[in-house]
Design a protein around this ligand. Structure first.
Ligand code: DOR
Ligand code: ZN
Length: 433
């Protein structure tokens, strides 16, 4: 981040503050100074500031955190760069993103973790590196967790692929437990999903496509939760959980007080396999869109407090990697700029999940998953990362205007409610509508 500019104070005035970690859901003014939250007070109590931001009619929230973003650097800058991906993040209200290591080369060393953070990358929001769990994510030998942790990696994962081998996953959870380092699992038993391109169900049968069963996800989650229950201090984070069966295992682990957290994506709480237009690869991602009953189970877990975080799995791909036969097209969709609006539209307006819970899923929840200290709340002394949004604003998503380099989304042209108005990082406005 660029901290060279002179620091001035900024008063966010007249807004409604939702800060779930601080249990605040009330009209409040917020004063940002020297990159920190200097004061939070009822309306009109804070008098002086160099600059003011008029937040009347708007929700003021801690800066949103996305635990699962593919920024594609190093190596695949034709899909996305740290500069373009973080610009899309800022437009989506995210002040912090955790970037996945399935790049070219794989981010499996201290050098690459440090490289991600260099100012030359042009990030406009905070970038936290997630390192590979195994060397080159080949699943055979663990990376140097201790060195990566010390270098500032926030978690380890082989995302894009699972950590399949029982012995390697056990070792990862043991070592991660000793270091208080979360191990992020892409839960897919790839022995069961070879050549599959969507969810296994009536729809895949009709389309003549080989389908991934729910069991291919649930069996890995069940194994991992069992390990997390056995290994002292192990921290398991399940990426993009998509099935009701996997959710059952996670619920069991949480009840047993194992340190198990998980995220769900906006597309998995919005769409099912039946929504997929025929052979449209903008509906192709991994894990795939699931059944209506899986979606219902995820909605219940979002509402009842079980889900820890909403994460986008923003996975940009170039047009030439998507415009081909469905089975050959790349897995993944973009998601940074539509996440909040999908949450407000589907979860708040349709399912009546309170806004405070939705804000928690974008802030305090993810901050806890990866121990992002000083973030996820606006209590005095926190980092001055703020997301300001209008929960009532209706708008239409136009992918042609996306900040991302890639346009692979099923949500182009969707009418949504809830729009980001401003995003502030370290007290500076990095996006305003
Ligand atoms: O859809 C996906 N895209 N799932 C993954 O696990 C990887 C990701 C990517 O890197 O494109
Ligand atoms: Zn994944």
């Amino acid at each position: 981040m660029n901290n060279r500019k002179e620091n001035t104070s900024l008063l966010i005035k007249g807004g409604h503050l939702i800060d779930p970690a601080a249990r605040i859901d009330a009209p409040m003014d917020v004063l940002l100074k020297d990159g920190r939250v200097a004061e939070v007070a009822p309306p009109n109590k804070i008098k002086s500031a160099d600059e003011k931001f008029d937040a009347r009619g708007l929700i003021v929230a801690p800066g949103f955190i996305d635990l699962h973003v593919h920024l594609r650097e190093p190596g695949q800058t034709y899909k996305e760069t740290i500069a373009t991906g973080t610009a899309a993040a800022a437009a989506g209200g995210f002040t912090s993103v955790c970037t996945m290591p399935n790049t070219v080369p794989v981010v499996d060393s201290v050098e690459w973790i440090e490289w991600l953070r260099q100012p030359e990358r042009g990030a406009v929001v905070n970038v936290f590196g997630i390192a590979a769990a195994t060397r080159a994510s080949k699943g055979a030998a663990l990376t140097d967790f201790r060195a990566l942790h010390t270098a500032g990696a926030v978690a380890v994962t082989d995302d894009g692929k699972p950590i399949l081998d029982d012995r390697i996953m056990r070792e990862a959870l043991i070592l991660g437990g000793e270091l208080n380092f979360p191990v992020v699992q892409h839960a897919e038993d790839t022995r069961m999903t070879e050549n599959c391109s969507m969810h296994a169900g009536a729809r895949s049968f009709r389309l003549g496509l080989r389908g991934m069963t729910a069991a291919a996800e649930a069996s890995i989650v069940e194994r991992d939760v069992q390990l997390a229950m056995q290994i002292p201090n192990a921290r398991l984070h399940v990426a993009h959980l998509s099935t009701a069966d996997a959710l059952k295992s996670v619920r069991r682990g949480k009840r047993a007080k194992a340190r198990v957290t998980f995220e769900v994506t906006p597309h998995h709480f919005t769409l099912t396999d039946e929504d997929m237009r025929d052979y449209d690869s903008n509906y192709k991602m991994n894990p795939p869109l699931r059944s209506a009953s899986d979606l219902e189970a995820i909605l219940a877990a979002l509402a009842d407090g079980t889900v820890d975080a909403i994460a986008t799995d923003h996975a940009p791909h170039a047009a030439h990697e998507k415009e081909m036969e469905f089975e050959r097209a790349a897995f993944g969709i973009t998601g940074l700029e539509t996440a909040l609006a999908l949450a407000i539209t589907r979860l708040h307006r349709e399912k009546r999940i309170p806004l405070a819970r939705i804000v928690e899923l974008f802030t305090a929840g993810p901050a806890r998953c990866f121990d992002l200290r000083g973030r996820g709340s606006l209590v005095r002394g926190s980092v001055a990362d703020v997301t300001i949004f209008d929960p009532k604003k209706k708008w239409t998503f136009d992918v042609a205007k996306s900040r991302s380099k890639s346009k692979n989304t099923p949500f182009d042209g969707w009418q949504l409610t809830g729009k980001v108005v401003a995003t502030m990082v370290g007290g500076k406005i990095v996006y305003s509508a």
